[in-house]
Design a protein around this ligand. Sequence first.
Ligand SMILES: NC(=O)c1ccc[n+]([C@@H]2O[C@H](COP(=O)([O-])OP(=O)(O)OC[C@H]3O[C@@H](n4cnc5c(N)ncnc54)[C@H](O)[C@@H]3O)[C@@H](O)[C@H]2O)c1
Ligand SMILES: [Zn+2]
Length: 365
Amino acid sequence: LNDLTLKHPAGETGICVGTTISESEIEDLSSWIGPRTAFLITSGEVWRLHGEALAGLAARFGDRWHKIELEDGEAAKSIRVVERVWRTMIEGGGRRDSRVISFGGGSIGDLAGFAAGGFLRGVDYVQIPTTLLAQVDAAIGGKTGINLPEAKNSVGLFHHPHRVLAATSFLRTLPAAEIRSGLVEVVKMAYLLDPGLFERLELEMTSLLSADPETIAPIVAGAAAIKVSVVEQDPTEKGIRKLLNFGHTLGHAIEGALDYETLRHGEAVAYGMLFALQLSERRGLARAESSRLRAVLVAMNLPPLPELDAGSLLPFIKRDKKNRAGRGAWVLASEIGRGVVVEDVVEEELLEALAVFLDSPWSAV
Ligand SMILES: NC(=O)c1ccc[n+]([C@@H]2O[C@H](COP(=O)([O-])OP(=O)(O)OC[C@H]3O[C@@H](n4cnc5c(N)ncnc54)[C@H](O)[C@@H]3O)[C@@H](O)[C@H]2O)c1
Ligand SMILES: [Zn+2]
């Protein structure tokens, strides 16, 4: 069990990483709810698989406990669903002091955090993330939000949870591809921000892919600690937090060009990192060490990059740039433990690099 604290402008968040949710954590949750009304936001699937972990807690609150079951996965992140949640909360006697518990992956967490942040101008909530991606990334840092049909994550707010309880035993039921996809984010954070953790990933990747709760717990704790430190240094993503976008500029474009099918987020980000390495190498950075990142990604057995051309990726890269209200920012790697954000990649350089990358994504340049 590993306890971290994230200090942020609105207070602090306690983050516990362990293999299970302990009795004392359940007691803490129970007194946090106290005499108030609680709304548990989850999906049918997550509740069916893991609801028993919270059933005892639910039983203590009788009709002051409301379970709100939402659509599974990304479908939960819509304005229609938020409206439904808010109306259910009003109907269930929700007040300014009510409590929200999010129980699920990053989609449920983003939606629940947004719903909690907007309801009566903000009620307290706790994140209980059940996917690897949510445990190391989405549940930590206070970013919440929903999608519009035109653009993902385009409506949101910062609302930090009171607590994050990450239990790796939930990961047992997660498909192997979801584990791998979440591990890509861990690789990303470790490569740029924690050389020690990166070395562990190099040594243990094969066994980590099987997501044994005991083996993966220290890795989840290490990644969560990186995210905490980055968010504390840069709560509103003006500086160092941008490094977490390593691999994401092209990764998002790949996802968009593939209509969010074929590759999972982490898989697309892995290819995004390979591209960022090539861009870095073209500029004379990261040459010696990038082979170590490639080797870790090779060990992850990613599905192949589908056939794509630069022309279909470019509009998505440009949209990303517009969304960030600035020139296109790319995170490059200068060495293990160090990244740089550059804003001077012009279209000509980009197209040239993309042509090489799409031809052979895995090779050095
Ligand atoms: N707020 C942030 O800072 C932040 C950061 C990264 C990603 N995100 C968001 O997170 C979302 C992706 O999250 P995700 O990868 O967790 O996917 P997800 O929440 O969409 O869940 C994926 C699938 O896994 C299932 N699932 C959840 N837990 C399970 C378990 N223990 N066993 C078996 N199945 C389980 C879900 O039911 C769902 O079908 C995206 O919407 C993304 O925008 C947010
Ligand atoms: Zn990501």
